[in-house]
Design a protein around this ligand. Structure first.
Ligand code: DGL
Length: 280
């Protein structure tokens, strides 16, 4: 299929800047593509909000983002995936755009690599309460095959998004989240929030070097590549594509923290006002 859509960007959506850890992998794996990233920094954090608040918000954001034109949508936010993947898919389907999310790819990897069958999931309350990881893991391994230990971390994404000064309080908070995971002697940990790769070294140190960490980036990038090839939507130009950013709150803090998350320079960042009445 090629109806002129090959030249459109891949849209990437997150509640803030955590999704930049996924965008980073996409930029490395599919450098020739263009990307348009939307961080709903005004709505952040998603991980402690109700489904009743999140679902219409996600609909609004996805409508806005796809309204700019995109050939594929990546929901690079576990909380948004858990609360509203179906909402995003319904909006995208109206435009014939495929949606990739972050929960399933990690569950697939974790179920494949665990040796003991004891898998930890560290995620936001929204994600844990929605049960998306448990369902995805059980679909792969069958009920009772895995021991799944889910830990809801209400403070961790906000700590990271706020620039995470590594003081003792932060370390104690992270340690308290690791405690049930250590007790359960997990051998695999799903980092069930796209902010968490930024604290992976701290988690690895607290849990021990034998625990394998699973993040979404690689798997999503591989799936995106398959999806584009399957639909004949790969970028026509060789070389490096461009990437642009939209956010719903302060541009300066997005740019400063975003550079750290992306580990690459950020180009243009545009602040967007999203009108709740806009259903275009
Ligand atoms: N990146 C989001 C997620 O993956 C951050 C959580 C939040 O917005 O609270 O869940």
């Amino acid at each position: 299929m090629n109806d002129g859509r090959r030249s459109l960007p891949i849209a990437v959506f997150d509640s803030g800047i955590g999704g930049l850890t996924v965008l980073h992998e996409l930029l490395v794996s599919l450098p020739e593509e263009d990307y348009l990233y939307l961080g709903d920094t005004e709505g952040f954090p998603y991980g402690t909000k109700s489904a009743g608040w999140l679902r219409p918000r996600i609909e609004l954001m996805v409508r806005f983002l796809l309204g700019r034109g995109a050939k594929l949508l990546v929901i690079a936010c576990n909380s948004a995936t858990a609360a509203g993947a179906d909402v995003a898919r319904a909006v995208a389907a109206e435009r014939g755009v495929e949606v990739l999310t972050v929960v399933d790819p990690e569950a697939e990897i974790a179920a494949a690599i665990t040796e003991s069958g004891r898998i930890g999931v560290l995620a936001t309350p929204t994600t844990v309460e929605g049960g998306a990881y448990r369902r995805a893991l059980e679909r792969r391994a069958g009920q009772g095959e895995l021991e799944i230990v889910e830990v809801a971390a209400p403070d961790l994404a906000p700590i990271i998004q706020n620039g995470f000064p590594f003081d003792e309080t932060v370390i104690d908070t992270v340690r308290s989240y690791c405690e049930p995971l250590r007790r359960a002697r997990i051998d695999t940990l799903i980092l069930g929030c796209t902010h968490y790769p930024l604290v992976a070294p701290m988690l690895q140190r607290m849990l021990g070097r034998d625990v394998r960490m699973v993040t979404a980036g690689h798997a999503v990038a591989a799936t995106a590549q398959r999806e584009l090839q399957g639909r004949g939507l790969e970028a026509e130009n060789a070389g490096e594509g461009d990437y642009r950013f939209l956010c719903t709150a302060d541009v300066a803090s997005f740019r400063e923290l975003g550079t750290r998350f992306l580990q690459m320079p950020l180009g243009e960042v545009e602040r967007v006002e999203i009108d709740p009445g806009d259903r275009s």
